[in-house]
Design a protein around this ligand. Structure first.
Ligand SMILES: [Zn+2]
Length: 500
């Protein structure tokens, strides 16, 4: 099976062949750290975390870089308003960004380069571009000369004339063409600045990413990601600078994720869907969302949509996601009760499993393995996590059906229980490749191991009471639990508990 990736540059799915066999370099544009992160900032990291895990699962050695833009106009303004320095402002929000990544389980990023720590590389790149004639200096600024770049616009499919329209405000700063963009900006009084061959100044945003990606991943690397909104001008300009500087292709596969949208009901009762944006006042802060819903649900919701489509946040979407995720956790709990031990200790189903099994569970094993193949096909089809999660739901249904069809809960049959556990752990590990199912959900265990043990003792006592026909005591246990917010459900001979 071979992986295909939709490449924005060629507008088609292409067979994935890394620049260096067995190794993959990924660069994802990170945040400008002038405000606390909102959930839109987490979409790229969660998607690429799943992508990196999948590539590692397929045997690649992956280096993943996410930059921190800590030198920027917005940051200078925000720091001035708060009465602190730009670096203090950046430090504060970088720490918040790291916290948000950690709480969402995004722990596979290898490098977080900061623009402020890469001035020599940035300046060297500007100098090289001036030397080759791709850029020119004027009044302490350095401009990229768009007219010298014959294939400018190839990523976003725009013509130079289209870009000119939006950039009139920069005319008069020594530019030859309104479409030319800044590689280096002369410092204004009181602004943070660095020494350069053109006097004190600071870099433009685009050159920061070109310099840092090249330093860590090389002149040509495999995957460059970012939101659709970064395609133009940011990525177009990164591409133009880098290729003009090195004379080589910059990136093999450009990947752009859909933007985050918020669906809300207005006072008049109409539904509206808007892009989530700081300036629209509808940005949902990460910590607020996580404290209400927990990290796994948010990760699940983000991965339930194909990455190139917009991701919609609404109460309904969160409720749906909760239902979907709970179905998996209920299945895992069910299988753990059946086998009387931790699912993580079970052995996966592999291609030998079906041969080893006979009768009705040979068919079951073949079905599970066929589902696993479909899961791999989904992921190989441009990292279709939504399709992969759909396949996982089918697997969960197959396993539940098998448990019911074989009346497994009532009469424990060791071979069948082993087959079911193998199927469930296969499913759980596929989820693990997406970064799911790493901890038991708080809703059932409360994250408290002791509580789990106490509850299984209470359930056993209630079962004993019923077995000895002391129904009054059994009912008293159930009613008492209901009063303190714990519900019991009797499912095919087993009893599960849940916090209300
Ligand atoms: Zn960037």
């Amino acid at each position: 099976m071979s992986l295909r990736i939709y490449n924005t540059l060629t507008r088609q799915k292409e067979l994935f062949e890394p620049c260096r066999p067995g190794r993959v370099g990924i660069y994802l544009c990170g945040p400008t750290v002038y405000k606390s992160p909102h959930i839109g900032h987490m979409v790229g990291p969660v998607i690429f975390d799943a992508i990196k895990r999948y590539l590692v699962y397929k045997g690649f050695e992956v280096t993943w870089v996410v930059n921190i833009t800590d030198v920027d106009d917005k940051l200078i303004d925000a720091a001035a308003r708060a009465g602190i320095t730009m670096s203090e402002m950046a430090e504060k929000h970088t720490a918040e960004y790291f916290d948000a990544l950690k709480s969402l389980g995004v722990d596979a990023i290898d490098h977080f380069p900061r623009a402020s720590e890469h001035m020599p590389e940035i300046i060297a790149m500007c100098e090289r571009l001036v030397e080759t004639g791709a850029a020119y200096a004027a009044g302490g600024n350095v401009w990229f000369d768009v007219a010298k770049d014959a294939d400018y616009g190839k990523l976003s499919n725009r013509k130079v004339e289209q870009q000119e329209a939006g950039l009139r405000e920069l005319e008069g700063a020594g530019k030859r063409n309104p479409a030319d963009f800044a590689l280096w900006k002369a410092a204004k009084p009181g602004e943070p600045s660095w020494e350069s061959p053109w006097g004190k100044g600071r870099p433009g945003w685009h050159i920061e990413c070109s310099a840092m990606s090249t330093k860590i991943l090389g002149e040509t690397f495999d995957l460059h990601g970012g939101g659709m909104d970064l395609m133009f001008p940011h990525h177009e300009n990164e591409l133009a600078q880098s290729e003009s500087c090195t004379g080589r292709p910059f990136v093999k596969y450009w990947m752009h994720n859909g933007l985050t949208r918020v669906r809300t009901k207005s006072n008049s009762g109409d539904w509206t869907v808007d892009d989530m944006h700081e300036s629209s006042g509808n940005a949902i802060r990460v910590h607020a969302l996580l404290s209400r819903h927990g990290p796994e649900l948010i990760r699940y919701l983000l991965l339930s949509t194909h990455y190139r489509r917009p991701i919609e946040f609404s109460d309904d979407a969160l409720v749906e996601a909760r239902k979907g995720l709970t179905a998996f956790h209920r299945l895992f709990e069910r299988v753990e009760r059946l086998q009387g031990g931790k699912l993580d200790d079970a052995t996966d189903m592999d291609r030998h499993s079906a041969e080893m099994m006979q009768g009705e569970h040979e068919k079951f094993a073949r079905d599970v393995l066929a589902s696993k193949m479909r899961w791999l096909e989904s992921m190989d089809d441009d990292f279709n996590t939504a399709g992969a999660i759909g396949v996982m739901h089918q697997m969960a249904t197959e396993i539940n059906r098998f448990i019911e069809a074989t009346s497994l809960a009532q009469e424990k049959q060791p071979e069948l229980v082993t087959a079911v556990a193998a199927a469930a752990i296969t499913l759980k590990r596929l989820g693990g490749v997406l970064g799911l199912f790493r901890a038991a959900p708080a809703a059932t265990s409360g994250g408290d191991e002791l509580l789990g043990k106490v509850m299984s003792l209470v359930i056993t006592l209630r079962k004993d009471a019923r077995a000895s026909k002391n129904f009054a005591l059994a009912d008293a246990i159930r009613d008492g639990l209901t009063k303190i917010g714990v519900t019991l459900e009797d499912l095919q001979g087993e009893t599960v508990w849940r916090k209300a």
